[in-house]
Design a binder for this molecule. Structure first.
Ligand SMILES: *[C@@H]1O[C@H](CO)[C@@H](O)[C@H](O)[C@H]1NC(C)=O
Ligand SMILES: *[C@@H]1O[C@H](CO)[C@@H](O)[C@H](O)[C@H]1NC(C)=O
Length: 467
């Protein structure tokens, strides 16, 4: 089962299997790409891409997709008919459609507004009652039903917001807001985010709460603090400091979820970034990464660290001063940390590129700050050149794509090191033949600037520069 997830532009993670259309740019980083054999038989060219289940649940270290990257055309639009159809999370509904909740499944359904055909409507209504479905704008359901529906709606809203983070939604498509309004008309009071966060924070802070309750409170908080305004409220409520202290917990589950909340609150939120570093979060995260901890805890700590460092030169400077780069380097010597490698390399790549790209248009003050971030000398001194190039041996194409990009930017500083590296030159030759073959196949399928062609181009550039 697959869907077309965009008409043009880059293909983004939707959690669905997506057909890659001809002419569509290679999929966003982090997506798994499958080549479909049956596509040849059908005479169509598409690749199947899917976001990994684990990546839907946690965004740790995932390359953030900026608004600029996301093409509104990639948004999946729901085309209503006169029949009720189930909406998928994140699907945009044209204004004027009727949207309702199915109280049994918690799913939203939509259709075109009814014309004058009142008769079929009543029949429809009877059928709906039999099936246990209730219209949002009917007055006939109990508060118990409503509560259940609200809880389910929150769930789908949560899924929706995750999707919407990646796809800025055009104003006229606001199905959830529409629903909220309809609930308000029914005088069902929905708690504000502020009220909910107060409750969750006190649940987390209460000595009467069990470990599971605390973990659940953090898990829910993570959802709220994604929003910039909520994150600011979270700060003023004292929640941020509590979460930073939570990083010290002896319970792995609390550490993990505290780092998760912190990372979410930090994402693109300068105010939280400043407060966090002043609150000692950086040291605590580095301690987690440097000591013996379960992988899940380290994963979230790395996510929080990445969110803290991105676009915040002061934190980057402190990170280097505190030996943060060595801490990340040490992950490559620990067993069982392989899944963190590509995230670390991506962070490194982002930090190097951030400095290079932003220098051109940042205000003078920020440029000064970036000048003080001596990332490259430390990278060379700690021999990241080889750590990164060794990762080319990985079998996954998307990992290789990231590593090739990073090798590309490191080339300026690592050239001598790479020139003398026999293993690297062998790996590059192997990659070249592999991608030559895959790119040729791609071309035969009619895709001239395909994904493998792009990878082959990166490999060839590197080989050329090492001549
Ligand atoms: C957490 O609990 C402590 C002790 O009960 C209290 O002093 C503190 O104000 C609480 N913090 C927050 C943010 O609610
Ligand atoms: C938390 O850890 C830091 C070191 O990262 C330590 O200095 C501090 O005393 C710890 N705090 C608590 C409350 O355990």
């Amino acid at each position: 089962h697959w869907a077309v997830c965009g008409r043009s532009g880059r293909l983004f993670a939707t959690g669905l299997l997506c057909g890659l259309l001809q002419g569509q740019a290679g999929p966003a980083p982090g997506l798994t790409v499958w080549r479909s054999r049956c596509s040849e038989r059908q005479g169509r060219e598409f690749a199947l891409t899917k976001i990994e289940e684990s990546d839907i649940k946690d965004d740790s270290g995932k390359e953030p997709i900026t608004e600029d990257d996301a093409d509104p055309e990639d948004l999946e639009v729901f085309y209503p008919t006169h029949q009720w159809q189930t909406l998928r999370p994140g699907q945009a509904v044209p204004a004027g459609s009727h949207v309702r909740l199915n109280l049994q499944t918690g799913e939203r359904e939509a259709k075109l507004p009814d014309g004058e055909n009142g008769k079929s409507d009543t029949r429809d209504e009877r059928r709906r009652k039999r099936l246990g479905k209730v219209d949002v704008d009917s007055n006939s359901f109990t508060s118990q039903e409503l509560k259940k529906a609200l809880a389910k709606m929150k769930e789908s809203e949560k899924a929706e917001r995750k999707v919407r983070k990646q796809f800025p939604v055009r104003k006229k498509f606001r199905p959830i807001e529409q629903l909220k309004e309809e609930f308000e008309k029914l005088n069902v009071k929905m708690e504000t985010d502020y009220e909910i966060m107060v409750k969750l924070i006190s649940k987390f802070n209460s000595s009467a709460s069990t470990l599971d309750e605390k973990v659940a409170a953090l898990y829910d908080l993570e959802y709220y603090v994604h929003q910039v305004d909520n994150a600011k409220d979270f700060l003023s409520m004292g929640g941020l400091q509590l979460v930073i202290e939570g990083l010290n917990s002896t319970e792995a589950a609390l550490k993990e979820n505290a780092a998760f909340v912190l990372g979410a609150a930090l994402s693109s939120n300068p105010k939280v970034q400043i407060e966090s570093i002043e609150g000692g979060a950086l040291q605590k995260l580095l301690v987690i990464l440097a000591t013996d901890q379960p992988l899940a805890v380290k994963k979230k700590a790395l996510f929080a660290l990445s969110s803290m460092l991105r676009h915040f030169p002061y934190a980057q400077q402190q990170f280097l001063k505190l030996g943060g780069l060595q801490v990340l380097r040490s992950l490559f010597r620990q067993k069982g940390m392989e899944t963190l490698y590509v995230r670390v390399v991506t962070l490194l790549y982002d930090l190097i590129m951030e400095k290079e790209e932003l220098l051109s248009y940042q205000p003078e003050e920020k440029i000064q700050q970036y000048r003080q971030v001596k990332l490259v000398p430390a990278v060379v001194e700690q021999d990241w050149c080889v750590v990164v190039s060794n990762l080319l041996a990985t079998p996954e194409h998307d990992t290789r794509e990231k590593v090739l990009k990073t090798v590309g930017v490191l080339m300026a500083f690592c050239k001598e090191r790479y020139r003398g590296d026999q293993a690297l030159s062998t790996t590059l030759s192997l990659l070249r033949s592999e991608y030559e073959e895959l790119a040729a196949e791609e071309q035969r399928e009619g895709d001239k600037d395909g994904y493998f062609q792009e990878l082959l181009g990166s490999v060839n550039t590197i080989i050329q520069e090492l001549r």
